[in-house]
Write a protein that binds this ligand. Structure first.
Ligand code: ADP
Length: 585
């Protein structure tokens, strides 16, 4: 039986026009009052072209006959070449009459045409599939056709076969376009930033429309069990799928995916390879219960992994699932598989970001606590060291006291930096920006540092415009930022060098630049410069004391102000650090 597309008669189609011309030729040239062409649609034959009077046309056009009864009758036919003739006398008395029985009084004689006689030519594709049928009735002369008429009819049957093929191919093409666009829609409706749940919601409607289904069940397996399922009915009815059937679906999805197969289940179609007889009858009972006629079971997966299943349903009496639809459904199983993998990796990334965030916040709290706990005893140590340093003692003891003092002060600086790092990295304490005149901040910082810079033989230059450069910022943090940049410039610039601090307004940004003629930084080191605890790989730079926290503090301060940090540097030539902050006003 044909599995061809079913789309309903398309009276306007050129192929149907051609079939009508052929039927008319049969009436005119071969001398019959009525001729019809029917096309196979699922398990029925639909009459799409009729030549004859109005009565015949209105009785026959669009009529549908179960293929089974046609095939049963053809069993009784005499073969006249490609023609099949079923004489009324060979029909069983109880035969269910199909088609149209004209009101006609038969002539006398053995070759007289009887109203119950049937003459037709089944139309077959090259591969032997039945596509349709050319039928004729009521010969003009009231007689069964002789050899000449049979030859003419055979030629028409040949033409009709070609036109029927064309009509069906056209329909199939239209159907493929429809299904392909349904599939594309799914992929379109499922952008990468969706979780599995949203993908299900976005796909179900498109699938039902594309496949002309009344309902859809879409289930995506989870690593730890059956996962998420969603049942949707076109009319909005809420249907709960029994757990047993969900498990059956899960199991058979794995088998169907492995076999790359979709299955149809209905009262008429009780054999699905992946299902036992008991499972099939449970499913069919459930379909009866929700008044659904048939289902198309589609596995969803990617590569070797079955990821879920899609079930589409149609009402009883609706056309069956065509071969093209089943093929497209399997493709959609693949498309959905990809969409599910995307959704999963999105969810995984999302989870990872959350975990990293939690880890970061834990790290922040840990640093804050540890540095706080270090600060108190360090303050005590430094205080007592000052008392000891004031006391006259043995030179060896005082050298030790001085060494302890240097160590303690260094430790105190690290604790300070850590505390600040935790503070400027804490999202729960955002900046409270106020207008800050950057020239004032630079002047304050240089007032503290200029002395040691000039003592080292470093020239300090400030370049600023006439008008003030005012940033929206937290003054204390900006002061720390400038301190770190200027002290780095001094630290990593040998004597005889120069440090230039430059201020400017560029568009809506207040720009502060600190340039030195020092050691410079290699391109590789520049990549990691703002990471906590990063210290240069350059031995000359490493010879200077440092914690590797100064620039990460700078970077965090700038980021939390909504600004940007830039660095330009060449090893052996010098560096420029530039920060851009939102300008005030
Ligand atoms: P620290 O100076 O305490 O090591 P920073 O975070 O301030 O830590 O700087 C990280 C690294 O970047 C330093 O170890 C140094 O190698 C390099 N660096 C920073 N500023 C300069 C500069 N102006 N010139 C050359 N190298 C620099």
């Amino acid at each position: 039986m044909s599995e061809r597309a079913w789309l309903g008669a398309d009276a306007a189609s050129p192929a149907v026009d051609a079939l009508t011309l052929i039927a008319e030729g049969v009436t005119r040239v071969a001398g019959f009052r009525v001729a019809t062409v029917g096309l196979v649609r699922g398990n029925e034959l639909e009459t799409v072209a009729v030549a004859g009077d109005d009565e015949a046309r209105s009785a026959l056009l669009g009529a549908r006959t179960p293929l089974d009864s046609i095939l049963a009758e053809l069993e009784l036919a005499e073969h006249w070449g490609p023609l099949r003739f079923v004489p009324h006398e060979s029909l069983p008395v109880d035969l269910q009459v199909w088609g149209w029985v004209p009101d006609l009084l038969p002539l006398e004689g053995p070759d007289a045409w009887h109203p119950m006689d049937a003459l037709c030519a089944p139309l077959h594709s090259g591969s032997g599939e039945m596509l349709g049928m050319l039928s004729m009735d009521l010969p003009d002369d009231g007689r069964r056709p002789g050899p000449e008429a049979q030859r003419v009819l055979a030629a028409y049957a040949d033409q009709a076969t070609r036109a029927a093929l064309l009509a069906l191919e056209r329909e199939q093409l239209a159907e493929q376009v429809r299904l392909a666009s349904a599939a594309r829609q799914i992929v379109r409706d499922a952008p990468a930033q969706l979780g599995v749940e949203e993908v299900l919601a976005a796909s179900a409607d498109a699938l039902m429309q594309g496949f002309r289904a009344v309902g859809a069940w879409l289930q995506i397996f989870a690593d730890d069990g059956l996962g998420t399922g969603r049942l949707v009915a076109a009319d909005g009815t809420q249907v709960a799928l029994p757990g047993r059937l969900v498990r059956t679906a899960e199991r058979s999805a794995r088998a169907s995916w492995a076999a790359q197969r979709v299955d149809v289940v209905s009262r008429e179609h009780l054999q699905a390879p992946a299902l036992s007889a008991r499972e099939t009858s449970e499913i069919v009972d459930f379909l009866d219960e929700i008044r659904v006629g048939s289902l198309l079971f589609v596995p969803i997966g990617a590569a070797h992994e079955a990821l879920g299943n899609l079930v589409l349903t149609r009402l009883a009496g609706a056309p069956g699932w065509t071969a093209a639809e089943r093929e497209a459904a399997l493709d959609i199983g693949h498309d959905l598989g990809r969409v599910v993998l995307n959704a999963r990796s999105f969810e995984r990334e999302h989870r990872m970001v959350e975990e990293l965030r939690a880890l970061d916040s834990y790290k922040g709290r840990l640093i804050a606590t540890v540095s706080h706990e270090l600060k108190n005893p360090l303050t005590a140590i430094v205080g007592h060291l000052e008392i000891l340093q004031d006391e006259p003692t043995d030179p060896a003891v005082s050298a030790s006291v001085d060494a302890i003092d240097r160590g303690a002060r260094r430790l105190a600086r690290v604790a300070d930096d850590l505390l600040l790092l935790a503070k400027v990295g804490d999202p729960d304490h955002p900046v409270v920006p106020r207008p800050v005149d950057l020239a004032d901040v630079v002047a304050d910082v240089l007032a503290l540092q200029e002395h040691s810079l000039t003592r080292k033989g470093i020239e300090v230059v400030v370049e600023k415009p006439e008008e003030p450069v005012v940033a929206m910022a937290e003054a204390e943090e900006i002061e720390r930022l400038v301190t770190n940049l200027v002290s780095n410039a001094g630290k990593y610039t040998p004597s005889g060098g120069r440090v230039t601090v430059c201020l400017a307004v560029e568009g809506d940004e207040a720009v502060l630049e600190c340039t030195d003629t020092g050691l410079g930084i290699s391109a590789e080191d520049q990549e990691q410069l703002f990471q906590e605890f990063f210290r240069s790989t350059n031995p000359l730079a490493l010879a200077q004391p440092g914690t590797g926290l100064g620039l990460s503090i700078v970077h965090r301060i700038v980021s939390r102000h909504g600004g940007r940090t830039e660095v330009e540097s060449r090893l052996g030539e010098g560096s420029t650090f530039r920060v851009r902050l939102p300008v005030a006003g």
